[in-house]
Design a protein around this ligand. Structure first.
Ligand code: FAD
Length: 384
């Protein structure tokens, strides 16, 4: 039996967040997205709305019930207003799910303020020499009495400049590939940590950067999950973030097409509104179709996750297709706006630059397609 309806609770959240996006996020998006400062007061509002606690235990301020679909709804709907802030619930979901594998001490220290929207945590996997081939990472974690000493460099890490701490993946010296990689939560104020701001073409408030570790001591209590199994745990949780990021991009595209539809009705050329020209209206129709298809790939992936069923291929489909569909739709919305689409006074160009990040961040399209193809060849069929 097929059911494409959201539950009453999910529908209610969509409506609440759509209103929040329209009133609190969209009017400030151009200003917020042009700044390198992370807007903590707005993050706190998301915390107050309970959006950052979806799926986390109530004792830490969470909602208690795991609901990846609800998180996807939050990402899509918040992106109508601000695609950068919309990534906050995804980041908290991804970081928090891993912290739940950690000690009671780190859970109590980081989860409540993160869920309340008071602090950010980064995820530091990529290095100058390893991105797509993440298991080739070189940062080392050497055993010392009471903990580990970390040495190495992480780069292209979102939230670097505003994070209190980071999940850092580092390997036992002498180990190779995914074996021997552990995950640690590292306070970024620790001795031996240095940060470098990296400037991207978008996502400016997310404070992209590099993190250098020079003999950084990490206590035993800050190991997340089993020693040597950090890589596997991270990969499992990326299946969540990939579908949610697809929805985030699509939310930004939906808003852009809605703006283009309004503009097309108002703008006249050659004595007629743009809506009278199929060259315009068919662009809107085509992109609306692609968006609708891609949305349901993402939601099906999150729904399967909620049912504890396999969804790795669908997560990868969401991650490569969602951002591509979104960027093409935003580009079309820009063209329908003529010169105004290129203007820095309108949000379209900013959304385009922000969404472009997700063609690469969290795994490129080629890497996602490799994952999908592997499953097709293993099963001998394309049906999921
Ligand atoms: C805005 C942004 C935010 C990011 N945030 C984070 C973060 O918070 N934390 C973090 O750890 N990382 C983050 N990253 C890093 C991101 O995950 C990596 O950039 C990404 O995984 C690609 O790695 P790379 O840049 O080293 O490219 P490479 O791995 O060098 O790939 C270069 C090109 O070759 C292609 N390629 C590589 N291998 C294959 C293959 N086997 N088959 C086909 N094509 C292939 C890739 O698709 C790509 O086009 C972020 C990146 C960006 C752009």
């Amino acid at each position: 039996m097929l059911d494409f309806d959201f539950s009453d609770e999910q529908q209610q959240l969509r409506e609440t967040l759509a209103e929040f996006s329209a009133k609190e996020l969209l009017p400030n998006y151009l200003q917020t997205s042009a700044s390198y400062d992370f807007p903590f007061p707005v993050l706190k509002k998301l915390g107050d709305l309970g959006i950052l606690g979806i799926g986390f235990p109530e004792e830490f301020g969470g909602t208690g019930e795991d609901d990846p679909v609800l998180l996807g709804i939050a990402a899509e709907t918040l992106a109508y207003g601000d695609v950068n802030l919309a990534s906050a619930p995804i980041q908290v979901g991804l970081v928090g799910a891993q912290l739940l594998h950690g000690t009671r001490e780190v859970q109590e220290r980081y989860l409540p303020p993160m869920i309340a929207g008071e602090i950010n945590l980064a995820i530091a996997l990529t290095e100058p020499g390893s991105g797509s081939d993440a298991s080739a990472l070189r940062t080392s974690a050497k055993r010392v009495p009471g903990g580990w000493l970390l040495n190495g460099e992480k780069s292209a890490i979102s939230w670097t400049m505003s994070a209190t701490a980071a999940l850092v993946y580092a390997r036992e010296p002498g180990s190779s590939k995914s074996k021997g990689v552990s995950c640690f939560v590292v306070d970024l104020a620790s001795e031996g940590v240095s940060l470098r701001h990296m400037i991207g073409m978008g996502c400016l408030p997310l404070g992209w950067g590099a993190i250098h570790f020079d003999d950084v001591f990490v206590p035993d209590t800050h190991l997340i999950g089993d020693e040597g199994r950090g890589f596997q745990v991270a990969m499992n949780h990326f299946d969540f973030s990939r579908a949610a990021l697809g929805l985030l991009c699509l939310g930004a595209a939906e808003q852009s097409l809605a703006e283009a539809a309004v503009y097309a009705a108002q703008r006249e050329t050659f004595g007629k509104p743009l809506t009278d020209y199929q060259g315009v209206s068919h662009q809107l129709a085509e992109h609306a179709t692609y968006i609708e298809g891609a949305r349901w790939v993402c939601y099906r992936s999150l729904w399967l996750r909620q049912q504890n069923r396999s969804h790795t291929s669908l997560a990868s489909m969401s991650k490569w297709w969602g951002p591509v569909v979104a960027k093409d739709a935003i580009e079309s919305a820009m063209r329908i706006h003529g010169n105004l689409g290129y203007s820095a006074e309108f949000p379209l160009q900013q959304r385009y630059r922000d969404v472009m990040a997700y063609l690469v961040a969290d795994g490129t399209a080629e890497v996602q397609k490799n994952i999908i193809a592997k499953e097709i060849f293993a099963k001998g069929t394309v049906s999921l």
